[in-house]
Design a protein. Structure first.
Length: 266
């Protein structure tokens, strides 16, 4: 990376942060406290950061997830955001898993006329992470999704812990995806997304950690330290979140913007 000085974003910074150490609440803002459904619990069995993690088991009709009621951490037409989180896919109760398990999901009405969504999910067909952006602006039918070109990360119904970071910046017409702290997808042309000016979400009617929709994309395993910012985090900040340190200082979503002073451009 080339280190340069970039202007600060106009965003307020950290919007919501779910450490999943003791409960489903947002540590920095109670407006974004989560509500657990079905087999979603705080667990100490397998933890990546802190003292707990979100464990989700999808048993039969009881598909676990955490729903964040409105106001949502990402809203329709938002110009910038970054979402990060840790995940470990594993068939906890050994009863099989869905083919496209979702780590997090934001969506708008699926009426075929004005549909948009953003999600991070795994794809059984490729064993790779799939960052989905879907935009359908009142019949224009613009849509796309994109699997990153890294190694297979889902094998034998289990994975190691991995860190995912998704950046959307309409101000600079950039979509970025970082996997385990490394930039994997860097789109500037918006090919397949309808061109500059399109929003990832035209409206927002749902936000979930795990899959809160009624389909076959439910999560099995563990999720930890999910956070949302209303600005684009730099590569240095995302790398620091993955490593947990920066210049000898401990880093987490609450302090990363203060600790990582140097801004980077990839």
């Amino acid at each position: 990376a080339v280190f340069v000085c970039l202007p600060e974003s106009a965003g307020a910074g950290l919007t919501a942060y779910w450490p999943f150490d003791n409960d489903f609440n947002s540590l920095n803002d109670p407006n974004y406290n989560g509500v657990a459904y079905y087999n979603a619990v705080i667990s100490t069995d397998d933890v990546k950061r802190g003292t707990g993690s979100l464990e989700i088991q999808s048993d039969g009709d009881e598909k676990g997830y955490v729903l964040v009621p409105p106001p949502y951490p990402i809203v329709g037409g938002q110009l910038e955001y970054t979402v990060v989180g840790w995940y470990r896919l594993v068939d906890v109760n050994d009863d099989g898993m869905s083919t496209r398990p979702v780590v997090w999901d934001a969506w708008s009405p699926g009426d075929g006329a004005n549909t948009s969504k953003m999600s991070a999910r795994l794809d059984a067909a490729t064993g790779k992470m799939d960052m989905e952006f879907w935009v359908d602006d009142v019949g224009e039918g613009e849509g796309s999704h994109n699997s990153y070109d890294g190694p297979v990360i889902w094998d034998n119904n289990a994975s190691d812990w991995h860190h995912a970071a998704l950046v959307w910046n309409r101000n600079t017409d950039v979509v970025r995806y970082y996997h385990d702290g490394e930039l994997r997808v860097n789109l500037f042309t918006w090919e397949g997304y309808g061109g500059p000016g399109k929003d990832a979400l035209t409206t927002t009617t749902g936000w979930s950690i795990g899959c809160g929709e009624t389909d076959t994309r439910h999560w099995d395993g563990y999720i930890d330290d999910v956070a949302v910012w209303d600005e684009e985090l730099t590569g240095a900040a995302i790398r620091a979140l993955y490593e947990g340190t920066f210049d000898g200082n401990s880093v987490d979503p609450n302090n990363v913007l203060d600790v990582v002073i140097t801004r980077t451009a990839e």
